[in-house]
Design a protein around this ligand. Structure first.
Ligand SMILES: Nc1ncnc2c1ncn2[C@@H]1O[C@H](COP(=O)(O)OP(=O)(O)O)[C@@H](O)[C@H]1O
Ligand SMILES: O=C(O)c1ccc[n+]([C@@H]2O[C@H](COP(=O)([O-])O)[C@@H](O)[C@H]2O)c1
Length: 203
């Protein structure tokens, strides 16, 4: 029986992906995480568009090859990956050896489902959405390593979100939508129970 599961938590910027991911990794056994934001290229490698904005919200702004290699490293040896990332593995005195246990990888990011080589690695694809107004409000309070210049949200971030979401929906990937307007607790409970029943209780 399969014992390695990769779960995607994608969706709009400021939808609550990181918040949900942090809660899940605390509660799920043998759970590692890969954050897409960690694979951003350096600011001087980000293209400037005709609109004058640095194009942060496109797949070429990210080193997707490096991210894919990191995920492949987990697939090859989740125990080694967990140990080298400081993730505690379940105790082995009352269960099987670490190699025999179930392992979960959460991959979190805003452009997860727009990179063809990764589409077939996911056992489950979640996608958090929030409406324009709420997204703009949350984003206005957020500090990124490179702060948003005036007009970036309406001129680049939101249009790119709509474009990539449309492309994802055309790809026939099976995606479970999560309503990011629900409370953090509600979203977490929904996903935790879903993962439990789909991947953990069946073992
Ligand atoms: N369900 C929620 N309801 C209200 N605010 C939320 C919710 N989830 C996250 N937030 C807030 O929204 C902001 C962005 O959350 P974050 O998890 O960093 O989003 P993302 O990783 O999708 O960009 C943070 O200020 C966070 O506290
Ligand atoms: O992380 C960075 O270095 C960074 C630098 C510039 C911009 N970002 C923004 O990060 C956003 C994606 O991350 P998130 O957590 O909001 O989903 C995306 O909308 C980018 O515009 C992120």
């Amino acid at each position: 029986m399969k014992k390695k599961f990769i779960i995607g938590i994608g969706g709009v910027t400021n939808g609550g992906k990181t918040t949900l991911t942090q809660r899940l990794i605390k509660m799920l056994p043998n759970c590692c995480v890969v954050h897409q934001d960690d694979f951003y290229k350096k600011p001087d490698q980000i293209e400037v568009g005709e609109d004058g904005f640095k194009q942060w919200d496109v797949i070429t702004a990210l080193d997707m090859e490096a991210m894919t290699n990191t995920i492949r490293g987990w697939i090859e040896n989740p125990v080694k990956f967990a140990r080298s990332h400081g993730v505690n593995l379940a105790r082995t005195d009352d269960v099987s050896e670490p190699e025999e246990q179930t392992h979960i990888l959460i991959v979190e990011g805003f452009l997860l489902y727009n990179y063809q080589p990764l589409l077939d690695v996911f056992d489950k694809c979640y996608y958090i959405t929030i409406p324009y107004e709420e997204c703009k409000r949350r984003r206005s309070t957020r500090q990124y390593t490179v702060p948003d210049p005036p007009g970036l949200f309406d001129g680049h971030v939101w249009p790119m979100y709509l474009k990539h979401r449309t492309m994802m929906e055309a790809s026939h990937l099976t995606v479970d939508y999560l309503d990011g307007l629900k409370t953090k607790e509600e979203i977490y409970n929904q996903v935790y129970e879903d993962i439990q029943s789909n991947f953990l209780n069946r073992l």
